[in-house]
Unconditional design. Structure first.
Length: 129
């Protein structure tokens, strides 16, 4: 199942060779932890920032993430305030991920999610699995 979702997310992201930065919210879950090595293989020079708790930092670095933001330490955008992303993959949902994911995008960046529109899920934080 994760590979079907990942294929759809990557196709929808339409990453160009000159685009260099992606953010993955929910990067330590089943889909996120599969998405990181797939992106790393497809785009070796891509900067990948993962959002998870600090207990998963080593795990995500081994998978190929360049940087980790611990969501338990505050707002996601606070840990990334000076960075701009070409694409945000939101695999959790909810208002915080939606707001942070969009704020951190470049002007023509893409926000992608596997949990459906915000109005469907409201404040619930859902896993994509």
């Amino acid at each position: 199942m994760p590979l079907h979702v990942i294929h759809g997310l990557i196709e929808a992201a339409k990453l160009e060779s000159n685009e260099k930065r992606v953010l993955i919210i929910g990067s330590s879950g089943e889909i996120g932890s599969t998405l990181i090595p797939v992106l790393r293989h497809m785009y070796p020079q891509l900067y990948i920032a993962g959002v998870c708790s600090s207990q998963n930092t080593d795990f995500l670095k081994e998978l190929g993430a360049n940087d980790i933001v611990d969501y338990t330490k505050g707002r996601i955008e606070d840990g990334l305030e000076k960075r701009s992303f070409d694409a945000t993959f939101d695999l959790i949902g909810g208002q915080e991920g939606h707001s942070s994911g969009k704020v951190l995008l470049k002007p023509k960046g893409r926000y992608l999610t596997d949990v459906g529109p915000l109005e469907w899920i409201g404040e619930k934080k859902l896993s994509g699995c």
